[in-house]
Design a protein around this ligand. Structure first.
Ligand SMILES: *Cc1c(COP(=O)(O)O)cnc(C)c1O
Length: 438
């Protein structure tokens, strides 16, 4: 690396927060020069196959000519205007497409800046719906353990209590109801008992519950767990039976990632409110959407406030909407289903068998998501360094080494990702020996 690059990294280390990273003893960050297709190019010269899709978001690859063109064209018209009292074609077209491709009852779209905000909006919609109906006592949420719904306060309160450190934030987080995480895996025979505790919570607490929130089929950041569609079906039935709104957080799963356009389709259900984020602009700019039914919108709008009480400054940002439209067009006119199926087939053949490795507890694959759960925690600094040396960008956490590459990833590129995982599994320095920690 040259002097300028060293200076940049040194400033970064001293002054710039990174996600879930210590400021006093930060792990190294790698300086990115550019990215193209499925490759991330580091300033130090390495060219890495991206296994993370920049946290689920990249679908068609980096630096895509059509997505670039959409941004450039839109920037020459208008990059941003306020959405209060003004509207524009990029936002209108985006909402039209989202309504077309999402489950039929979802008819109204609220655009916002990020996944966490989309979930905040969903939660606020649910509360305002019940307040407007004169049932303000329905002011709790119900969810399952191992969930992840964002980093803001309302969303943190429905994240997994352990990984979300609820005990540390006890004084600041709202208290909600938690059922055990779904146990029946997607490929196992359905166990009816899986739903018992959840049903008990519905039956005993429904009078106070505004909404049930869950990530359909795949619990992502809270453990990369893939659960049975019958569980999701039962959730829908319980919500209907007990008059509780159903919020599907499709921020990670939406737009094809699991092999269905929306993960809700695995159970053939429709939520009352659905959140989209991560994948919405194909990984280009932050944008999120919260969709709801006509009934929810109507009840809220006819309530005391006369409107939904939310309105972000950058709501409906034209640049973000334009690139989202271009990305959705690529998705809908392209062969995402074959791409995701091909990735699933390759991962099933080549990643699932790693379960035989003595350092591996479990492997699982769904759509373009592949997970290797190890028996020991990874040593982040060492494993990250080794992955970079091996030409891949994979960022594990805890005992989870997982990939969800862009849909355009080829078998050759997947083989590089898997070869790197196989290599590090044999390297002691990439793992923490549990015997030495107490
Ligand atoms: C990432 C994620 C969020 C939060 O999105 P941000 O854009 O990071 O705020 C919420 N829910 C799920 C399921 C996610 O994967």
């Amino acid at each position: 690396m040259n002097n300028k690059q060293t200076d940049l990294l040194s400033f970064d280390q001293q002054h710039v927060w990174h996600p879930y990273t210590s400021m006093s003893e930060p792990l190294p960050s790698y300086l990115v020069e550019s990215a193209e297709g499925v490759y991330i190019n580091l300033a130090s010269g390495e060219k890495l196959v991206d296994g993370m899709a920049s946290w689920w978001s990249v679908l068609h690859g980096y630096n895509h000519p059509k997505l670039n063109a959409a941004l450039i064209e839109q920037s020459q018209k208008v990059s941003h205007v306020m959405f209060g009292g003004l509207t524009h074609e990029p936002a209108i077209n985006l909402c039209k497409t989202l309504i077309e491709i999402s489950p039929a009852p979802l008819q109204k779209v609220f655009l916002s800046d990020s996944g966490s905000v989309a979930v905040e909006v969903a939660i606020k919609m649910a509360f305002q719906y019940w307040i407007s109906k004169g049932k303000a006592h329905k002011n709790k949420l119900l969810t399952v353990k191992n969930g992840y719904h964002g980093d803001t306060f309302a969303t943190m309160a429905v994240c997994d209590p352990v990984t979300g450190m609820h005990h540390m934030f006890e004084q600041v987080l709202s208290k909600h109801y938690f059922a055990p995480a779904p146990q029946t895996k997607i490929d196992q025979p359905w166990q009816v008992g899986d739903i018992v505790e959840l049903e008990q919570l519905f039956s005993s607490r429904h009078q106070n519950i505004a909404a049930f929130i869950i990530e359909p089929i795949v619990q992502g950041t809270g453990g990369m767990r893939m659960y049975h569609p019958e569980y999701l079906k039962a959730c829908r039935a319980l919500c209907t039976k007990y008059d509780v709104l159903f919020i599907a957080d499709e921020i990670a799963t939406g737009l094809g990632r699991t092999g269905k356009m929306f993960a809700c389709e695995w159970a053939d259900i429709s939520p009352d409110i659905m959140c989209l984020g991560k994948t919405l602009t194909g990984g280009y700019i932050t944008l999120a959407a919260t969709l709801c039914t006509a009934d929810i919108a109507e009840v809220i709008s006819k309530g005391e406030a006369g409107c939904f009480m939310h309105g972000p400054t950058f709501m409906g940002n034209p640049l973000a909407c334009a690139v989202a439209n271009a990305s959705l067009l690529l998705l809908l006119e392209g062969n995402w289903q074959q791409q995701v199926n091909a990735i699933e087939l390759y991962l099933s053949t080549n990643l699932l068998p790693l379960s035989q490795h003595q350092r591996v507890h479990d492997t699982r694959v769904l759509g373009s998501i592949g997970v290797v759960e190890t028996t020991q925690n990874v040593n982040m600094a060492n494993i990250q360094k080794r992955f970079v040396e091996l030409g891949v960008w994979i960022r594990p956490f805890g005992k989870l080494i997982y990939i969800m590459p862009p849909y355009v990833t080829t078998n050759d590129q997947l083989s590089i990702l898997i070869a790197a995982i196989i290599t590090v599994l044999d390297e002691d320095e990439c793992f923490i020996d549990d015997c030495f920690i107490d």
